[in-house]
Write a protein that binds this ligand. Structure first.
Ligand SMILES: *[C@@H]1O[C@H](CO)[C@@H](O)[C@H](O)[C@H]1NC(C)=O
Ligand SMILES: *[C@@H]1O[C@H](CO)[C@@H](O)[C@H](O)[C@H]1NC(C)=O
Ligand SMILES: *[C@@H]1O[C@H](CO)[C@@H](O)[C@H](O)[C@H]1NC(C)=O
Ligand SMILES: *[C@@H]1O[C@H](CO)[C@@H](O)[C@H](O)[C@H]1NC(C)=O
Ligand SMILES: *[C@@H]1O[C@H](CO)[C@@H](O)[C@H](O)[C@H]1NC(C)=O
Ligand SMILES: *[C@@H]1O[C@H](CO)[C@@H](O)[C@H](O)[C@H]1NC(C)=O
Ligand SMILES: *[C@@H]1O[C@H](CO)[C@@H](O)[C@H](O)[C@H]1NC(C)=O
Ligand SMILES: *[C@@H]1O[C@H](CO)[C@@H](O)[C@H](O)[C@H]1NC(C)=O
Ligand SMILES: *[C@@H]1O[C@H](CO)[C@@H](O)[C@H](O)[C@H]1NC(C)=O
Ligand SMILES: *[C@@H]1O[C@H](CO)[C@@H](O)[C@H](O)[C@H]1NC(C)=O
Ligand SMILES: *[C@@H]1O[C@H](CO)[C@@H](O)[C@H](O)[C@H]1NC(C)=O
Length: 729
């Protein structure tokens, strides 16, 4: 035990005595810094402990044919042997020897199999063939992988990976390519939880492999290719009184870890997405299994997850810089490297601006912003005005080149779509903040702020459906607005302040009534513009609704939505990792193709850190920050937020029935923090380090969302304790 811990223990003793006085019930204040063993949060970390990952089970109920000692490859006690003779070929007994190996959770990388050898049956030509089919779920496990990069333009396999097993002991590793010319081929990298292994050969692989003979496997393992987020790699963490929220936070981190990888020519998906300017760089891909290409909209969520957990700013920066380097002359920025940087999306250049702002705010990368500032100007002042209705100032899909452009879900939208415009406001506001932070850019800031206000006013004037209390999605081809309301634009209208408090509450109430499903909130209220849309849930866009609920102060509804959405994913195969999309009845929305580990679905990580722990950057690199917990039913939270200046450490306890609140915060030197503490009413006393804060002893009436909070400025690197409703000695 170190001196620091000793001091803290005496400090905790003091807190306890004080609480015993203030609250004779058994309530105890807790502090984050009390642990002398391994920090408690480490038990939630999902990363495999080592880069070499071993399977945890052979699923007995999937074993078929003549397989002896199926668990041998797990235990090291004897080999697992597959045998198929042609004695009974064509009869009922002639079942392909098959096992299904479970790695226990979704993983990604290169599989190796240690073979003990193989022998052919009689004089059958060729080596005994083994085929592998990978899957993230049992539901989509078949004789071919749930998804193969061979389905996307590179057809070297029919969906399974093939091995010609040598007669002698050796270790085979799954490498992209073929053993014999264009025969006996493999995909290489896979993202999966389960792998089916069966003795079989493809007719097309003759004469190199045969479906008969004996193959023995001693063991198998996976070389994990993505970022290995073991506990020692965490620069930020989160823990609270709610065990499930805690686990899902670390599940989200692991999901983004699985997408954080070095961009490789043969690993990208589709392989045509491989770009010379990305090769060898650390990036955040969209998914582990599929969409192994970094898209900038996805980064709006996954990059925040990354900044707040492992602080690997280069992974997001490499992507943002590469996309900016491919900006078109008309200001448009490609969403990703796919199709040689030409995939036409209308929303992603706005996400590029938003992600650039986040990079500055979370990591303080001023050099990036200075280098790419002119790209921001071109996006906002050249490209978007070219797709804008000059009268309303709304982006209108159909104007200029925008007609054929898609968005994050390739939705058949048209006209002045609320989502594009609410996102436009967010990008304009973010850009105005960037301009304000830089010297000599005040004119840009003023112009973008004024335009954001105009777009905001037009959205309120033209797009709001007063009857239903929510923003329309857009038009259905003609002039009239469609009778449909989308989660994306409605949520962003609140996040950006387009919707005032009255409208924000109407919108959130509309979404709660019309979009709630057992597995989250759907992205449309009905199927007016697409079949099944009313049953489809994207955790990606749900993040902005969850944020909106916290922003209006409704932690209870934010947590309720989180519990439905993340609870569903956590309890359905493959569990742990968070999904690209959820369809009707809560199944993966695009069947086997769905990526079950998608970084864009990890909004729970920034949501809990920003609103439950309460830490949000308000200036570049957290030079200015706020700490404003919005507890809901969470009793306490503690954690660390990494910043380029050093960690921000926060620990709070809430005892709402007594109107009491305790918070301890420490920020780095040279930063300015504002801690917002909840106060029930103007007569509750607030103390900073046991001293009354008389000038702040009432509810402050500043911004509407800060009603019920008292703001306490913190301008040094000392640990400060603020208490509400009781005084510490
Ligand atoms: C096989 O076993 C696994 C793990 O015990 C189980 O999840 C799965 O539902 C079973 N499948 C069948 C088809 O019985
Ligand atoms: C299964 O294969 C083994 C050889 O690996 C053989 O000895 C055994 O007879 C086979 N069993 C059946 C039922 O064919
Ligand atoms: C099947 O087995 C017989 C002998 O038992 C052998 O002559 C024949 O070539 C085998 N056929 C195949 C396809 O392996
Ligand atoms: C997979 O199995 C199905 C029958 O279940 C068969 O039709 C198909 O050809 C097989 N695919 C491959 C690539 O082996
Ligand atoms: C990619 O795979 C091909 C075979 O399909 C191989 O020739 C090439 O060396 C691989 N490239 C890398 C960088 O591994
Ligand atoms: C795992 O892969 C890495 C490259 O990503 C390589 O350096 C390492 O040697 C591999 N480990 C094993 C045991 O094959
Ligand atoms: C990609 O586009 C660039 C610029 O238009 C062009 O120079 C390059 O040849 C293209 N690459 C491929 C592989 O088509
Ligand atoms: C905002 O709208 C007003 C009125 O339509 C117009 O005069 C003004 O130029 C607009 N401001 C910006 C920055 O576009
Ligand atoms: C919100 O905006 C609507 C429409 O502009 C307006 O009628 C309402 O009074 C506003 N509410 C508040 C609280 O500002
Ligand atoms: C203020 O809140 C405290 C704590 O909840 C409560 O005990 C007290 O009665 C309230 N006072 C007034 C005037 O509402
Ligand atoms: C703080 O509270 C005291 C007692 O309730 C009151 O007299 C004083 O005016 C308050 N100060 C402010 C700035 O509200």
């Amino acid at each position: 035990m170190c001196l620091l811990n000793l001091l803290l223990h005496s400090f905790i003793g003091l807190i306890f005595i004080q609480v015993a006085r203030a609250d004779p019930s058994s309530y105890q204040w807790q502090d984050s810094l009390t642990s002398d063993a391994a920090p408690d949060w480490q038990k939630y970390v999902r990363s495999p402990p080592n880069q070499i990952v071993r399977p945890v089970a052979v699923l007995t109920n999937y074993t078929q044919g003549n397989v002896t000692n199926p668990n041998g490859l797990l235990t090291g006690k004897g080999a697992t042997t597959f045998t198929r003779t042609n004695i009974s070929a064509g009869t009922e007994k002639d079942v392909l020897p098959t096992i299904v190996v479970d790695f226990g959770q979704n993983i990604v990388g290169y599989l190796s199999i240690k073979f003990g050898g193989a022998s052919s049956f009689n004089d059958t030509p060729g080596l005994p063939g083994i085929r592998l089919a990978f899957s993230e779920t049992l539901q989509y496990l078949t004789n071919v992988s749930d998804f193969s990069r061979s389905y996307n333009g590179d057809t070297i396999t029919p969906g399974s990976d093939q091995i010609a097993v040598n007669p002698y002991p050796y270790t085979w590793t799954d490498v992209h390519g073929c053993e014999y010319g264009n025969q006996v081929c493999d995909d290489g990298l896979h993202g999966f939880r389960y792998v089916k292994i069966y003795l079989d050969s493809l007719p097309a692989d003759a004469p190199y492999t045969t479906s008969y003979g004996t193959v023995s496997i001693d063991s198998m393992s996976l070389n994990f290719s993505a970022f290995l987020g073991t506990p020692n790699t965490f620069t930020g963490w989160f823990e609270s009184s709610d065990d499930q929220l805690n686990q899902w936070w670390y599940d989200g981190v692991y999901t983004t870890d699985m997408c954080t990888d070095t961009f490789g020519a043969n690993d990208s998906d589709p392989r045509g997405a491989a770009s010379p300017s990305l090769l060898g760089k650390l990036v955040i891909l969209d998914g582990a299994k599929r969409d192994r290409d970094p898209y900038v909209g996805d980064l709006a969520v996954s990059a925040r997850t990354s900044y707040l957990s492992h602080n690997l700013p280069q992974a997001a920066r490499n992507v943002l810089a590469d996309l900016a380097d491919h900006q078109r002359a008309d200001g448009w920025i490609p969403p990703a490297s796919i199709n040689n940087y030409t995939l036409p999306l209308l929303d992603y250049p706005l996400w590029w601006v938003v992600c650039s702002y986040d990079l500055l705010m979370y990591t303080g990368d001023v050099a990036y912003i200075q280098q790419y500032y002119s790209n921001i100007v071109q996006v906002l002042d050249t490209f978007y005005p070219s797709v804008t209705n000059t009268q309303t100032q709304l982006i209108s899909k159909g104007i200029g080149i925008s007609g054929g452009y898609g968005d994050y879900a390739f939705l058949p939208r048209s006209g002045p779509v609320t989502y594009y415009n609410a996102l436009y406001v967010l990008a304009l506001d973010n850009a105005a903040s960037i301009a304000t932070f830089l010297d000599g850019k005040q004119a840009d800031a003023a112009r973008w702020t004024a335009r954001a206000q105009n777009v905001s006013a037009s959205l309120n004037k033209y797009n709001f459906d007063i009857t239903n209390g929510a923003f329309f999605d857009g038009t259905c081809g003609g002039e009239a607005y469609c009778e449909t309301h989308a989660q994306d634009g409605n949520s962003l209208s609140i996040v950006t302040g387009v919707a005032n408090a009255t409208r924000a509450n109407q919108v959130l109430s509309y979404l709660a009534t019309h979009n709630a499903r057992p597995y989250g909130n759907s992205f449309y209220d009905n199927d007016a513009i697409g079949a099944g849309f009313s049953q489809r849930v994207y955790a990606f866009i749900s993040y902005f609704e969850i944020e909106a609920r916290f922003i209006v102060g409704s932690a209870s509804s934010a947590l309720e939505e989180i519990r439905r959405l993340y609870g569903w994913m956590a309890n359905h195969d493959p569990t742990i990792t968070q999904w690209e999309g959820i369809g009707a009845d809560g199944i993966p929305y695009e069947g086997a193709y769905t990526s079950m580990a998608h970084g864009w679905a990890t909004g729970i990580v920034p949501a809990l850190t920003n609103y439950i722990l309460g830490v949000i950057p308000q200036g570049p690199g957290f030079s200015v920050y706020s700490v404003k917990p919005i507890p809901g039913d969470v009793k306490w939270a503690k954690g660390v937020v990494p910043t380029p200046h050093g960690p921000i450490t926060v620990s709070w306890n809430s005892n709402p029935s007594q109107g009491q609140f305790y918070i301890s915060t420490t920020g780095p030197a040279g930063t300015k923090g504002t801690v917002y503490v909840p106060v029930a009413n103007a007569s509750v006393a607030v103390y900073l380090d046991s001293n009354p804060v008389p000038q702040m002893n009432g509810t402050q009436s500043s911004a509407s969302q800060d009603v019920g909070y008292v703001a306490v400025p913190i301008n040094d690197d000392q640990t400060h304790v603020i208490t509400v409703g009781f005084q510490m000695n």
